[in-house]
Design a binder for this molecule. Structure first.
Ligand code: TRH
Length: 388
């Protein structure tokens, strides 16, 4: 049966043993996406997932329970294995996912070619709202030498893409979430009525001084919560301090900055739910901000030759559809200013004025995205069809 037709036989069980390969290129996005997906496949689809990661030290930031020295461990129903050279075991299951075009070990590919039936081989791609994505989603690509075919699987916003990662219990978790308990745990008072509470997860940004300047001069209070990470040296420089760590608090006029610990991935949503505005970056935090139903600002991961700017524009074009033109302009101007690292002070007042409209829009946007099946469910369906 063609895997492009996607109508699995409900009486056939889903393939149960999956290998997911992840190279940590930099930061946390690659393992962030893989870990979230692996947990969901195990928890919701009963799949035995073996997650191969080449950098367990970075992974530990997202999963504090992980032991970077252990070559094999089980967490949240997922088997996590150190991806060394050579691999400690070469025994492909029914499905093999190479995340973000990472190259599989030759010995593993050969074992895949020997297996009967051959595993479904998926290349999980990066998220993009660009138009060409739907045309390439699920496309086959034969291996040049071995009798294997890789399929490209693209996350996306539209029905003809792979969708986004969203756990089945997301709404239930949010419904029982207590912001009061969250603020108590951080030893922070709940926001005052006129206060703007912001989370700031971002790469280094030359525009930070302008942003802090605008917030310092704000009529109402702004509290900016900054998880430990790449932007901290910039924050420290702004306040003329030599270094910062979790728990530090800095005040300038209307602006209070509070440094937060980098939390376990499972808890990051709580920060997004608690704030009025979220600055996010890369891919996984960007998706979580969309589920959080709050206004957000995306610092996109910079690519060579400005390829990321097209990606940013493509997303903005989808996201601002249906917005009042003034709100759409304020959104676009501020996002572009933040990504350029200049013009932020100028763009801030209109963006601030647009926040109530963006708040309602964020709810509509999340509802629209939920019309598309989530990525894990779509992957399971795809692999079922491919194996039938
Ligand atoms: O870390 P990122 O910038 O990741 C990337 C990588 O650089 C990657 O190479 C690139 O290709 C990709 O972006 C586009 O941003 P991202 O994707 O948001 O990943 C961050 C992860 O960290 C995400 O899973 C959320 C998590 N996180 C926590 O677990 N705790 C925290 O306190 C915070 C702030 C984030």
């Amino acid at each position: 049966m063609s895997v492009l037709s996607q109508t699995p036989d409900p009486s056939v069980p889903a393939p149960s043993r999956w290998h997911l390969f992840c190279v940590v290129v930099d930061n946390f996005g690659d393992i962030g996406v893989c870990w979230r997906l692996a947990r969901q496949l195990a928890a919701e689809h009963g799949i035995a997932v073996r997650l191969w990661v080449d950098d367990l030290k970075s992974t530990r930031r997202l999963i504090p329970a992980l032991d970077p020295a252990a070559s094999r461990q089980f967490i949240d129903g997922v088997e996590i294995r150190q991806w060394g050279d050579p691999l400690s075991s070469v025994d492909p299951g029914e499905v093999v996912i190479a995340a973000f075009a990472c190259s599989l070990p030759e010995s593993f590919l050969e074992a895949m070619a020997r297996r009967t039936p051959r595993p479904v081989w998926v290349n999980l791609e990066y998220l993009s709202a660009e138009e060409w994505v739907s045309g390439c989603h699920r496309m086959p690509s034969p291996h040049p030498r071995l009798p294997l075919t890789q399929h490209f699987f693209f996350p996306g916003l539209e029905a003809n893409t792979g969708g986004l990662i969203r756990e089945a219990d997301y709404a239930a978790r949010r419904a029982v979430f207590s912001p009061q308990a969250f603020w108590d745990a951080l030893d922070l008072a709940p926001p005052e009525p006129e206060e703007l509470r912001v989370s700031l997860f971002s790469y280094e940004n030359a525009g930070l001084p302008e942003l802090f300047d605008a917030w310092s001069r704000s009529v109402s209070r702004v509290t900016c919560l900054v998880p430990e990470g790449r932007i901290l040296p910039g924050v420290a420089a702004e306040f003329g301090v030599s270094g910062l760590r979790a728990g530090d608090r800095l005040i300038r006029d209307s602006l209070t900055v509070r440094i937060l610990p980098f939390v376990e991935q499972a808890c990051y949503d709580e920060l997004l739910w608690s704030c009025d505005l979220n600055f996010v970056r890369g891919e996984d935090s960007f998706v979580r901000a969309q589920w959080a139903e709050k206004p957000f600002v995306w610092h996109i991961y910079a690519q060579q030759e400005g390829a990321h700017l097209e990606k940013l524009e493509a997303f903005l074009a989808c996201y601002r559809a249906g917005l009042d033109p003034e709100v759409a302009r304020a959104l676009t101007d501020f996002w572009l200013a933040w990504n350029r690292g200049e013009g932020i002070g100028e763009a801030w007042p209109a963006f601030l004025a647009a926040l109530p409209a963006l708040f309602s829009h964020a709810k509509r946007w999340s509802a629209k995205l939920q019309e598309v099946d989530d990525l894990a469910s779509q992957l399971v369906q795809f692999c079922k069809v491919a194996l039938e």
